[in-house]
Design a protein around this ligand. Structure first.
Ligand code: ZN
Ligand code: ZN
Length: 248
């Protein structure tokens, strides 16, 4: 974010929210809301991680390995990747962002997600470049929250990496919380919950393209699965990789 526009936006945010670390309250500058110590203290998902779902695998295992949960399962996305573990301080920041409506934290979360560019599988896709698509919220939830947490992160990330961000998906069904349902029930519960946006149905800008599906947290993977299925089946997307800030 080097343009004068984003600088002035950062100053405006400084004015609204006196810049201090979201965790330890140390005073900060330049529109930052996490101090270097707190940022380094977040639990990154270290290798080895599952090549499909991105979950960390304990013990000494080869690098190209599937975790026990992913063995024998089919996915509509190529693989999922998360920057940090959704526990401790990282979960605290995400909670403040989503439920405390501290929308100014989106930049810190986008910077965290940007660490995925250390992964050669992300870097290797440059021609054609990734198109970022945020997981949509149902309008009713978005009205309640005021913003779509995934879109704010995707937009900032796209700006930083000089990539396109498309709100190509719509959530047409408001589904009950489903973390406790078995996998088959979760997928059935989400069946038909997403569709292509009207614009995307008209312009078909994702056809044959590689998409980075952006979300705040990857938990059971069923939301990512349903979005990826819609992007492939309806949008003709060639490749879908799920990038989240946190891994539940
Ligand atoms: Zn701090
Ligand atoms: Zn896995």
């Amino acid at each position: 974010m080097n343009s004068s526009f984003s600088m002035s936006l950062a100053r405006w945010l400084d004015f609204l929210y006196p810049p201090s670390c979201a965790l330890c309250r140390t005073a900060l500058q330049n529109g930052r809301y996490l101090c270097p110590e707190c940022r380094n203290g977040l639990h990154r998902i270290e290798k080895p991680y599952c090549i499909k779902c991105g979950d960390h695998i304990e013990g000494l295992v080869p690098e190209d390995v599937l975790c026990s949960q992913c063995r024998g399962l089919e996915f509509s996305f190529d693989f999922a990747l998360a920057a940090a573990s959704a526990r401790d301080k990282a979960a605290e920041i995400m909670h403040a962002y989503k439920y405390g409506r501290q929308i100014h934290l989106h930049r810190e979360l986008a910077l965290l997600a940007e660490e995925a560019w250390k992964d050669p599988r992300i870097v290797a896709q440059s021609n054609p470049p990734w198109i970022l698509v945020p997981v949509p919220l149902h309008w009713r939830r978005q009205r309640w929250r005021w913003f779509n947490q995934s879109y704010e992160i995707a937009r900032t990330l796209a700006h930083r990496r000089n990539l396109r961000c498309e709100q190509a998906l719509r959530r047409i069904r408001h589904t009950p919380q489903q973390a406790l349902l078995p996998r088959a029930d979760r997928l059935a519960n989400l069946n038909g919950a997403f569709r292509l946006s009207q614009r995307e149905r008209r312009v078909r800008s994702l056809r044959g393209q590689p998409v980075l599906l952006i979300d705040d947290v990857f938990t059971t993977g069923s939301t990512a699965e349903e979005c990826a299925r819609t992007l492939r089946k309806k949008g003709g997307v060639e490749k879908v990789v799920v990038l989240t800030v946190l891994r539940g």
